[in-house]
Design a protein around this ligand. Structure first.
Ligand SMILES: C[S@@+](CC[C@H](N)C(=O)[O-])C[C@H]1O[C@@H](n2cnc3c(N)ncnc32)[C@H](O)[C@@H]1O
Ligand code: SF4
Length: 405
């Protein structure tokens, strides 16, 4: 980490106020690597954990705290508005370890009184039995990775749980937590429209306050990229998304972000902060951070491989990358997030978060409006339905050097 003076030195940007700050904690192990997954997740039994194939909880927690302590000067005096413990499979960590983690975080950071604390959980039986203890440890919101309720599709996705376990886990989450999320994926290998409808009927019957539904993406460097399964064509995938939006609306859930649906009062504060281009400190293997200062916005990445991360973090050197976001890249970075939201953004927010004048985006905004991709009034810019459907084209208008900028 560079000296704090380095981040505070004068520059050409002028941020009037610093945005809300969240904390992300990455726990990088899973029981088994899913063939579609390109997250920084490692099979416990395979990885060189130095603890005989078990999650090295204590050493990893030591590394996380060394990492956090080294980062404290960058966020001095700022309070934390949400925490997200993601992975990997965080529910592989014992409730005692999560209790220690949150206790250690509270000892070093000021949390807002209503701080949302989410933990990602897989729906296996042994994880489910821990949900109440996670709540006791201070977790306020659970995010359960169900993916599908169809056993054949779960098998095709290489998941270690079946549909009955998924239902039992979601029922337990509903009992143990005031709010929770359920992750589903669609456009799965061999999936037809009625399979999708059955998945949605089952998901909605469990009455989740929040639902995230992702199009299965074949990511480079995954098993599925090497051995591609047969997946629904684009037209069917679009039709599925329309059906998902219809069915969630029928259950009084609002599509407030491209992939996120929520009942009133249950939007995810942590993710909203990303989408509103807020700040986040990410600790843990491969975690990303975005931290603003009066004259610059920094992005940092921690070492990705868990063993390397632990060794380096404990030695006080968790950072693999630490770069300033170039002034010219800020409009696109802002739009990558803000245009995912149904509510869009205000020009005042754009200026507050990027330190740039609204004139920096006037030209691409006019082009987006002309193409019917955004609508605006005096205050707000919002993506239209068409803008949501062609989101990457819309975002690309704000790339530095694109014809409109
Ligand atoms: C880090 S994982 C969540 C937690 C947990 N490990 C699990 O898999 O249940 C976050 C979510 O991203 C989604 N996801 C992961 N890989 C994906 C892919 N290739 N395409 C679409 N969604 C994906 C899944 O819905 C998954 O639940
Ligand atoms: S369990 Fe989740 S994080 Fe782990 S490999 Fe599967 S999708 Fe990735």
């Amino acid at each position: 980490m560079k000296d704090i003076q380095h981040y505070l030195r004068p520059g050409t940007l002028h941020l009037g106020a610093l945005p809300p700050l969240s904390l992300y904690v990455h726990l990088p192990w899973c029981l088994k690597k899913c063939p579609y997954c390109d997250f920084n997740s490692h099979e416990v039994s395979r990885s060189d954990t130095g603890s005989g194939g078990a999650v090295p909880e204590q050493r990893y927690l030591d590394a996380l705290m060394a990492d956090l302590e080294a980062a404290l000067p960058l966020i001095w005096g700022r309070t934390i508005h949400s925490i997200f413990i993601g992975g990997g499979t965080p529910s592989l960590f014992s409730p005692e370890a999560i209790d220690r983690l949150l206790g250690d975080v509270r000892a070093r950071l000021m949390l807002e009184p209503d701080c949302e604390i989410t933990l990602e959980a897989n729906p296996g039986t042994f994880e489910k039995d821990r949900f109440r203890a996670f709540r006791q440890a201070g977790v306020t919101r659970l995010s359960v990775g169900v993916q599908s309720f169809n056993d054949a599709h779960l098998k095709a996705l290489g998941r270690v749980h079946d549909s009955a376990q998924a239902i039992a886990a979601v029922e337990e989450a509903a009992l143990a937590f005031d709010t929770f999320n359920l992750d589903l994926m669609y456009a799965l290998p061999g999936q037809e429209m009625d399979d999708l409808e059955r998945d949605m009927v089952q998901a909605l019957a469990l009455m989740p306050p929040h639902l995230s539904v992702y199009h299965l993406t074949i990511e480079p460097n995954t098993y599925f990229a090497k051995f591609p399964p047969p997946i629904p064509d684009e037209d069917l995938a679009y039709a599925m998304l329309d059906r998902i939006t219809e069915m969630t609306a029928g259950a009084s859930m609002q599509r407030y972000e491209v992939s996120a649906y929520a009942k009133p009062g249950h939007r995810c504060r942590h993710n909203l902060n990303y989408w509103r281009f807020g700040d986040y400190l990410g600790i843990g293997a491969g975690a990303h951070s975005k931290i603003s200062f009066a004259h610059r916005v920094m992005r940092q990445v921690r070492y990705r491989e868990p063993r390397l991360y632990m060794d380096n973090a404990i030695a006080g050197q968790a950072l693999a990358q630490d770069d300033e976001v170039a002034r010219l890249d800020l409009p696109f970075e802002f739009m990558l997030n803000a245009l995912r939201l149904r509510e869009g953004f205000t020009l005042a927010q754009f200026t507050e978060r990027t330190g740039l004048a609204p004139s920096a985006i006037e030209q691409p905004l006019q082009e987006a409006e002309r193409k019917g991709l955004v609508e605006r009034d005096l205050l707000r810019v919002r993506p239209t339905e068409r803008g949501f459907d062609f989101l990457s084209d819309l975002q690309a208008l704000f790339l530095a050097g694109s014809s409109a900028t």
